[in-house]
Design a protein around this ligand. Structure first.
Ligand SMILES: O=c1ccn([C@H]2C[C@H](O)[C@@H](CO)O2)c(=O)[nH]1
Ligand SMILES: [Zn+2]
Length: 141
């Protein structure tokens, strides 16, 4: 498959703008995430922390919410930044969140350059598992 052209600068700009909206009074680590949808929209999200620390929502949670609120679809490219503007790797939970909505050939900007979803989350547990189990008679447990 030919690699899709991605305007990484536009994604970086959107991620930085999202980072400015972060609510991170506890960690003081604002994060902004942006993504390009398969149909060309740019969506974004920031982290939203909570006094009960473990309830914190990563920036990717807001991004996935915005994906659906703005029309759904799939993610073609992803870019995440910290408050200094440095590229940030999504945490493990967020890689799983993104995996659910990946477009074929989804690209992620990482600290080591552009990578694929399979590179950052190998052997993923994906929605296919449920499709394969649609017929409940096939279930063994
Ligand atoms: O993928 C990640 C990893 C961390 N954070 C946020 C959560 C928390 O508010 C702060 C420090 O962990 O960074 C994100 O938004 N996305
Ligand atoms: Zn996360």
């Amino acid at each position: 498959m030919a690699e899709r052209y991605v305007d990484w600068k536009a994604l970086e700009t959107a991620a930085l703008a999202a980072m400015e909206r972060a609510y991170a009074p506890y960690s003081k680590f604002p994060v902004g995430a942006a993504a390009l949808t398969e149909d060309g929209r740019i969506i974004s999200g920031c982290n939203v922390e909570n006094a009960s620390y473990g309830l914190t929502l990563c920036a990717e949670c807001a991004l996935v919410g915005q994906l659906h609120m703005s029309g759904g679809g799939r993610l073609a490219a992803f870019y995440c930044v910290d408050s200094t503007g440095k590229v940030l790797m999504p945490c493990g939970r967020c890689r799983q969140l993104l995996y659910e909505f990946r477009a074929p050939g989804m690209q992620l900007m990482t600290t080591q350059g552009i990578k694929s979803m399979d590179q950052v989350l190998p052997d993923a547990f994906g929605p296919e598992i449920w499709r394969n189990l649609d017929d409940t008679s096939k279930r063994t447990v």
